[in-house]
Design a protein around this ligand. Structure first.
Ligand code: NAP
Length: 323
């Protein structure tokens, strides 16, 4: 898949490409026996992902920090699909306390869990520290999802074991993982204000999404667990994600119009990786336009992935101790 395929929408090996929509890549798939959590499922790519998973019959839990938006999203999904099974639950990924509370609320629902779509994210924020004292893009995009996934993993393992149905975890990364700090992850300067770059901090958090997926995939394979973990770049889509860089993104779009997708196309890779039978047993891979791609050298660095895993555990532990 190269730039020509991106612009023309020419399908790749999977039979799908940049022009494919989430509905097209999941056509004919029956997801009625699946339960999914979609973080950030109240807007943009997450909302379309939730809508299409529900359209295929999955029971979808929209995890959102803004409950008003989440309820509106639920109504929107139900408007065209009266039979959709959608629940909404509060989740603020930038807060360890909120992530733990979400996991408890989900557990209280007594639902199985087959699919976890780690989709929520913020981009290019001005320097900000989360309530746990961690740089906001790293805290939201990576650390919150790292903890959430760990807290939900036993439920996913139980579901996969008792049903025999493969569980799938999808991390929304970005092509922006290529534009990170020197050495990939700034372990010693994760909160450093003086070296902060809103663009590189975003790239770092999206690199962390891939490294997290790869290391978790390796661990689950070692255990022989029937759960796959992959990461995706959804493409370039104009969504509320651009709120801190409206002018930059609109200018960029003017000069690169043919590289952009609409939201249904933007949700295609996530839905393909979450549901398509072609990907049974495929884990630890990175996808773009519904086709496997090679991510950056940092993203393929196993030592970096292990170091990030330990580092993330320590950050979560110290954030939990201060509560
Ligand atoms: N759009 C693109 O071109 C593009 C390209 C590459 C990768 N991505 C990735 O795709 C994913 C979805 O992005 P999108 O374009 O659909 O943007 P979006 O419409 O802004 O969706 C992001 C969602 O994440 C939620 N969120 C933000 N901070 C949160 C927090 N602390 N706790 C819980 N939820 C939070 C947002 O909620 P609020 O509405 O409350 O802010 C929103 O619902 C992101 O991970 C992004 O990095 C997007």
């Amino acid at each position: 898949m190269g730039i020509i395929s991106l612009v023309t929408g020419r399908p790749g090996q999977s039979g799908f490409g940049s022009a494919s929509t989430a509905e097209q890549v999941t056509e004919g798939i029956d997801a009625t026996n699946l339960t999914a959590i979609v973080t950030g499922g109240a807007s943009g790519i997450g909302l379309e992902t939730s809508r299409v998973l529900a359209l295929r019959g999955a029971h979808v839990v929209v995890a959102a920090r803004n409950m008003e938006a989440a309820n509106e999203a639920k109504q929107l999904i139900l408007k065209d699909n009266k039979k959709a099974r959608v629940d909404v639950l509060k989740l603020d990924l930038s807060s360890v306390k909120s992530v733990r509370a979400f996991a408890e609320s989900f557990s209280a629902l007594n639902l199985p869990l087959n699919l976890l779509i780690n989709n929520a994210g913020v981009m290019f924020c001005p320097y900000q520290i989360s309530e746990d004292g961690i740089e906001m893009q790293f805290a939201t995009n990576h650390l919150g999802h790292f903890l959430l996934t760990n807290l939900l993993l036993n439920k996913m393992k139980d579901t996969a074991r008792t049903t025999g149905v493969e569980g799938r975890i999808v991390n929304l990364s970005s092509i922006a993982h290529l534009h990170t700090y020197q050495h990939g992850i700034q372990f010693d300067k994760i909160n450093d204000k003086s070296s902060y770059s809103d663009k590189r901090a975003y790239g770092q958090s999206k690199l962390a999404n891939i490294l997290h997926a790869n290391e978790l995939s390796r661990r689950l394979q070692e255990e022989g667990t029937n759960i796959t973990v992959n990461s995706v770049h959804p493409g370039l889509i104009m969504t509320p994600l651009m709120r801190h860089s409206q002018l930059l993104m609109r200018t960029l779009k003017l000069f690169s119009y043919f590289l952009w997708k609409n939201v249904p196309q933007g949700a295609a890779t996530t839905c393909y990786v979450a549901l398509h039978p072609n990907l049974k047993g495929v884990s630890g891979k990175y996808f773009l336009d519904c086709n496997e791609m090679k991510p950056s050298a940092y993203a393929r660095d196993e030592k970096l992935a292990k170091r990030l895993w330990d580092f993330s555990n320590k950050l979560v532990d110290s954030a939990s101790r201060t509560q």
